[in-house]
Ligand binder design. Structure first.
Ligand code: ATP
Length: 437
């Protein structure tokens, strides 16, 4: 049974993971700010993705393309004509909902209960802005609705600078913007979000093999980072559901508290994008196989996931409540690589200056190697609970005995087991236990 989303929203706000955007002005719908904890978690998710997709592979190159692109990009990609979602508007209360919203039952408005008319409206999801100081001469551009197009238009640049052989990929993490019709499922669907996208270029006759390969790779990435297998499933798109550019698409879905929803999509985009950009730009985006002496458009397999959606799933999946000695303990059992803080240094008695001094010294040393926090603002029991709730992997406690034997207590978040470790070995001990990369 997944945790209620209200608990995640409350924890996020209370402990500084996620805040409503512009909250002091009443907030801005479907926009969110990441606080001190959230920003760490986000960075760790992006790092884990980049490590897996770029650093540990020989065939993938990184890219960071601009958010603003030439308007023709979006004509070529089909976004100006067909990037829209169908929605229903209630004639009684004027609320609008995506047609596929799980909240709609029996074609009645979830807000006021009146039946919807059969009229379905479509609105383009791209956010527009103007470049240039004068309105009359300004260039209308879009805030990119996906990072993928920045990769396609750099295809030739990567060929020329890196001389890769097929198959090879280009990876990018970056902001994307969509004027979404949202349903208030916290950060699940936002108007500004980050995507992690790989465009993997393959010989056309090997597309199906690599499509399957990437579905498995991506599914395993979430499992390796701690998401429970039973909360993940694959859903292949039906023919009717496929986007105009896709030969096939499979979603990795997560069992969110509000239903099974897409976490990431893996699409076989065929040669659609390279052909379109060739046609619209006049620059031929083909690949030359110098062994077979043939020139062709590679097919593209695209695993495309959202950072924010992944973060929400990791938070939900990691959250657990337990009873310890009759008291409720909230633990965020995040994988050690994702946890915002790896170590907390806590003095057992904050009114004993030698203990505080020693703890602060240890903190300064540890933070050279691990993301570490120091806290002496409550009793030790409360300090532990605080760190458990934000997923800190180890707590290092300095007590009276530490002054004598130069040892500290290291407490494991998940097992709550405590070990006495000598100061000389502390760095190495944590290095081995955390095994970070
Ligand atoms: P959905 O059907 O949920 O709107 P989509 O199929 O339009 O998603 P894609 O265009 O395939 O999504 O984008 C790839 C990934 O980017 C999604 O799997 C999701 O993780 C993320 N993503 C897309 N739109 C949003 C959004 N509005 N807010 C947060 N993440 C998003």
């Amino acid at each position: 049974m997944p945790v209620e989303i209200e608990k995640i929203i409350s924890l996020s706000k209370r402990r500084g993971f996620i805040f409503q955007s512009s909250e002091i002005y009443g907030g801005l719908a479907s926009c969110w700010d990441y606080g001190p904890l959230g920003v760490e978690l986000k960075q760790n998710i992006k790092h884990a993705w980049w490590r897996e997709m770029v650093y540990l592979r020989d065939d993938v190159f990184g890219l960071d393309a601009a958010i603003l692109m030439h308007p023709k990009v979006w004509e070529a990609s089909g976004h100006t004509t067909s990037f829209s979602d169908p929605f229903l508007t209630c004639r009684d209360c004027n609320k609008y909902y995506r047609q596929d919203s799980l909240e709609i039952k029996d074609n009645t408005c979830p807000s006021c209960g009146k039946p919807f008319s059969n009229q379905v409206t479509r609105a383009n999801l791209m956010l527009e802005t103007q470049l240039g100081p004068l309105k009359e001469t300004a260039l209308n551009v879009y805030l990119r609705p996906e990072t993928a197009q920045g990769i396609f238009v750099n295809f030739a640049n990567i060929l020329v600078t890196k001389h890769p052989k097929l198959p090879f990929g280009i990876a990018q993490i970056g902001k994307a913007f969509r004027n979404e019709i949202t349903t208030g499922n916290f950060t699940f669907r936002t108007r500004e979000f980050e995507q992690m996208e790989l465009e993997y270029f393959v010989p056309p006759d090997e597309d199906e093999k690599y499509y399957e390969y990437w579905i498995n790779q991506r599914l395993n990435w979430y499992i390796k980072l701690g998401i429970k297998k039973e909360n993940l499933r694959l859903r292949a798109h039906s023919k009717e559901e496929l986007a105009h550019y896709a030969k096939a698409c499979t979603d990795i879905e997560y069992n969110f508290p509000f239903g099974w929803m897409e976490l990431e999509g893996i699409a076989n985009r065929k040669d659609f994008d390279l052909c379109q950009h060739t046609q619209f730009s006049g620059v031929e985006l083909t690949y030359f196989d110098d062994q077979k002496r043939v020139r062709f458009y590679p097919y593209i397999i695209e695993p495309s996931g959202g950072v924010d959606r992944a973060l929400l799933a990791f938070l939900i999946d990691a959250y657990r409540e337990e009873k310890v000695k009759g008291e409720k303990r909230v633990v965020l059992g995040l994988d050690r690589r994702l946890a915002p803080f790896k170590v907390a240094v806590l003095p057992l008695l904050s009114n004993r200056s030698e203990i505080v001094e020693m703890a602060k010294k240890i903190f300064l040393e540890l933070r050279q190697n691990f993301v570490t926090v120091y806290d002496d603002t409550a009793s030790i029991g409360r300090l532990y609970r605080r760190q458990d709730e934000i997923g800190t992997v180890y707590c290092v406690t300095v007590d009276v005995q530490s002054l004598e034997d130069k040892k500290v207590t290291v407490r494991d978040r998940d097992t709550m087991l405590q070990e006495r470790i000598g100061l000389d070995n502390l760095q190495e001990y944590l290095q081995v236990k955390l095994n970070l990369c």
